[in-house]
Write a protein of this length. Structure first.
Length: 96
């Protein structure tokens, strides 16, 4: 069974940039040890015939059929354009 040491708690706190007191180190060491002990109980289960899963529910992406559709009429859309050139919208230059 894996155990959590005070040095490991200090190291993780340092990595997380947390300032913790010696009292907190003691407290977190006990808490993390209990968590690891609880997680170790999972190793006692027989999972021989259990398939690995990534989610408890079977999920599938729902996608629409990819169909080509007609776009908007260019002449109709260009009626609202202030300036145009060669069938394109002409805008002021933003770079020299």
């Amino acid at each position: 069974m894996a155990t959590i040491t005070k040095e490991e708690v200090r190291h993780v706190a340092h990595l997380a940039r947390l300032a913790i007191t010696e009292e907190e180190v003691e407290h977190f060491t006990e808490q993390l040890a209990k968590i690891v002990q609880f997680a170790d109980k999972l190793n006692e289960l027989d999972t021989t015939n259990v398939e690995p899963t990534t989610h408890v529910l079977p999920l599938e992406n729902v996608l629409r059929e990819d169909k080509s559709v007609a776009g908007l009429d260019r002449d109709l859309m260009m009626k609202n354009v202030k300036e145009q050139e060669a069938g394109q919208v002409k805008v002021p230059a933003i770079m020299e």
